[in-house]
Ligand binder design. Structure first.
Ligand SMILES: [Zn+2]
Length: 499
C-alpha cells in the first residue's frame, strides 16, 4: 500500500466487483429486533451501500418531508435534517458526518447505510448496531455475539475453534451425522472460512434458523470432543475437535493431558498485563490483490502467511489473544479492519503489507504510523471540496465547520510512534531495511484504530530478488520473529507504565 489515493482506488475497485457479484440477489440488510428479522433493501450508488429514506418509515416509524432544498425526517420525536449532496446531517441540532453524501435520485432520497447507526440511532435513542461483514443491523437489547471461526487440522484430527464475543454459552450435540453448536443467543454475527471439503470437515455453515452453527462432517470423522475456555472477561472460546472413527475417546483424553495444547495456551497462562489482545491485519485480500511481483506473487497471500506465523508465535510463547482481521482470502474495507480491532478491544493493531514501486531497484522494509497533520489536511481538503451548508429549521441556511470524529488514532500517536520504532528495530536486526525505515503517513486503515497502531511494509514485491525472498518461509519467519520481538518489547513498556 503506497498512496492513499491508490489504496482508495483499490478499495473502490474491490467494492464495485463485490457489488457486481451481488447484483444477482438484490442487496439488503437484515434488521434483527425483538420482533424478528426483516429485510431492509439496499441500493448501490457510486459503489456505496445506500438506503432509501422511504424504506425507513415502516421499520422505524420515521416520517419525512422536503423543505428548503433539504429533507426533514422525524424519528423518535426528533428532527433529522438531510441535505442533498452533503456528507453531514443534523440530528436534533447535533451534526453527524457521513462517509458519503445524501442523494436525491428519481424523486427519492437516499442516505448511506452508516446513517442508521450514526444518525437514526441517535434520533431514536436506540441501539442500531451495523455489522457490515454479515450485513446485519442489530437493534435494541438482542444478544448477537460475534463468532469468528478457525479451522486447523492435519491427518490425525481437525479442530474447529469459535472465538465468541461477548461471552456466550454454547451447547454441542450431534444430529444426523452433523455436529450442531447451539449458542444461547438471539442470532449470530458469524464469520466462517470457506474451505474445500476435508477429511474431517466437509462444510461449516449457519443453521437456517436460530443461533446455531452446523459442522457437516467428512469421510474420516468418527467422534468429537469439545472444550471451552474464557480467555478474558469479554470473550469465550469453544473448540470442537473432530477425530477419526477408530478413536477411543478415553484414551485420546488421557493422551491429551495436560489439556492445554502448547500452541493454544489455556486461561491459566494468561499474564496480567497492559497488553492482552493483539489484532493483526493481513493487508488486502479477496478481490483486492494488493501489490503484485513480476513473477506473480500476490501481496494478499504474503500478508496472510506472515500474519498466521506471527499469531502462532505470539499465542505459543506469550499466551496473548490474537485475532486476524481476515482468516482467509476475502475482501475487507479499511474501515472494517480498524472497526474489527476496536470491537475486539485490541491493545495493539498491526497492519501487514508488502510494497511495490515503479523502479524495480527499490527494496527494504518500512514501518508507518499515522500522521495526524496530514490526515487532517486531507480531511480539510475534502471538507473544502464540499462546502457544508445546511438548511436551518424555520428557513434560511447556515454554514458549519465539519468536525471530524474519525480521529480515534490521534490520542495514541505517541505510543504508535514507539511501537513503530520497536518494529523497525526488530526488523533491522533480521531483514534489509529501506533508507526511509520509519515514516508517518495518513493511512486510512490506521485512522479509526482506537489503540496504538502501526503499518509495516515487509519488503518490495516489485524487486525481483525481494519477491523471491518474500515468498520463502524463511523470510516470512524472520519477519514474524521481528514483529514478535517488537510486540514483546512494547508489552514490556506498557507493563512498566501501568499503575
Ligand atoms: Zn498493501
Amino acid at each position: 500500500m503506497r498512496r492513499v489515493a491508490l489504496a482508495l482506488a483499490l478499495v473502490l475497485a474491490a467494492l464495485s466487483m463485490a457489488n457486481g457479484r451481488a447484483q444477482s440477489t438484490p442487496p439488503a440488510l437484515t434488521i434483527l429486533s425483538a420482533e424478528g428479522r426483516r429485510a431492509l433493501p439496499l441500493t448501490v450508488i457510486n459503489n456505496q451501500d445506500y438506503v432509501a429514506v422511504d424504506e425507513l418509515a415502516s421499520p422505524f416509524g420515521t416520517a419525512a418531508r422536503e423543505a428548503a432544498g433539504g429533507l426533514t425526517i422525524t424519528a423518535g420525536g426528533r428532527t433529522i435534517i438531510v441535505t442533498a449532496d452533503q456528507t453531514v446531517v443534523s440530528v436534533a441540532g447535533r451534526l453527524v458526518p457521513l462517509p458519503s453524501p445524501a442523494l436525491r435520485r428519481d424523486n427519492r432520497w437516499f442516505v448511506p447505510v452508516d446513517f442508521l447507526p450514526r444518525a437514526l440511532s441517535l434520533a431514536l435513542d436506540r441501539r442500531l448496531d451495523l455489522r457490515r461483514p454479515s450485513r446485519l443491523l442489530v437493534t435494541g437489547d438482542l444478544r448477537v455475539p460475534r463468532v469468528a471461526t478457525r479451522v486447523e487440522g492435519g491427518t490425525a484430527s481437525t479442530s474447529v475453534t469459535f472465538e465468541i464475543m461477548p461471552v456466550t454459552p454454547a451447547r454441542v450435540s450431534t444430529e444426523a451425522g452433523r455436529i450442531v453448536i447451539q449458542f444461547e443467543a438471539d442470532a449470530l454475527d458469524l464469520a466462517v472460512p470457506t474451505l474445500p471439503p476435508q477429511a474431517f470437515v466437509s462444510a461449516i455453515s449457519p443453521a437456517d434458523t436460530g443461533a446455531s452453527v452446523i459442522i457437516a462432517t467428512g469421510p474420516r470423522y468418527g467422534a468429537y470432543r469439545s472444550s471451552s475456555s474464557q480467555p478474558d472477561a469479554s470473550s469465550s472460546r469453544l473448540t470442537v475437535e473432530l477425530l477419526p472413527a477408530a478413536t477411543d475417546l478415553a484414551a485420546a483424553a488421557a493422551a491429551a493431558a495436560p489439556p492445554a495444547d502448547p500452541v493454544r495456551p489455556s486461561v491459566t497462562l494468561m499474564p496480567a498485563t497492559g497488553l492482552r489482545t493483539i489484532v493483526i491485519d493481513p493487508g488486502h485480500g479477496g478481490e483486492e490483490l494488493g501489490a503484485q511481483g513480476p513473477r506473480g506473487t500476490l501481496e494478499k497471500d504474503i500478508t496472510l502467511a506472515v500474519s498466521r506465523r506471527l499469531r502462532t508465535l505470539i499465542e505459543s510463547r506469550l499466551g496473548l489473544r490474537v485475532f486476524l482481521t481476515r482468516e482467509d482470502d476475502r475482501t475487507i474495507s479499511h474501515d472494517d479492519r480498524s472497526a474489527f480491532a476496536n470491537s475486539h478491544q485490541a491493545d495493539v493493531f498491526l497492519s501487514i503489507h508488502a510494497n511495490a514501486a515503479v523502479r524495480p531497484g527499490i527494496r527494504g522494509a518500512e514501518v508507518y504510523y499515522l500522521s495526524v497533520e496530514r490526515a487532517d489536511a486531507e480531511a480539510r481538503r475534502r471538507a473544502e471540496d464540499t462546502a457544508i451548508t445546511l438548511p436551518a429549521l424555520g428557513g434560511g441556511t447556515r454554514t458549519i465547520d465539519l468536525i471530524l470524529w474519525e480521529t480515534a488514532q490521534a490520542r495514541y500517536l505517541e505510543q504508535s510512534s514507539t511501537l513503530a520504532s520497536l518494529v523497525e528495530a526488530g526488523l533491522r536486526a533480521r531483514v534489509e531495511m529501506s533508507p526511509r525505515a520509519v515514516q508517518q503517513a495518513p493511512f486510512r486503515v490506521l485512522v479509526g484504530a482506537n489503540m496504538p497502531a502501526a503499518l509495516v511494509e515487509i519488503g518490495y514485491l516489485s524487486n525481483p530478488e525481494q519477491e523471491q525472498q518474500l515468498a520463502t518461509s524463511a523470510y516470512q519467519e524472520r519477519v514474524a520473529e521481528a514483529l514478535y520481538d517488537a510486540l514483546t518489547k512494547f508489552r514490556g513498556l506498557l507493563d512498566r507504565s501501568a499503575p
